[in-house]
Design a protein. Sequence first.
Length: 100
Amino acid sequence: MKPMIRLTAALALALGPTFGAAAAQGAPISGEVKKVDESAGKITLKHGPAKSLGMDEPMTMVYRVKDPAMLKQVKVGDKVTFEAEEAASGYTVTKMEKAK
């Protein structure tokens, strides 16, 4: 039984940071739509800290959107919650919905 406990503990230690990072990546960010540029597939969002992206301060940023249909669901002034990821081409919004 002891080898199984050691194996389980080793796996938990090895995989723990990986799963933690994945969970942080999907953490929702609260923001406000400042500009929608459908032709470029971009949105400007004013948002609070985005820990999942390593941003500790509030800021306003331009993001690409993974799905251009997201831009048709919001307008300037809307409060939203969104998830984003960092890619080689910049930051991309992967999920967005109007705040409740």
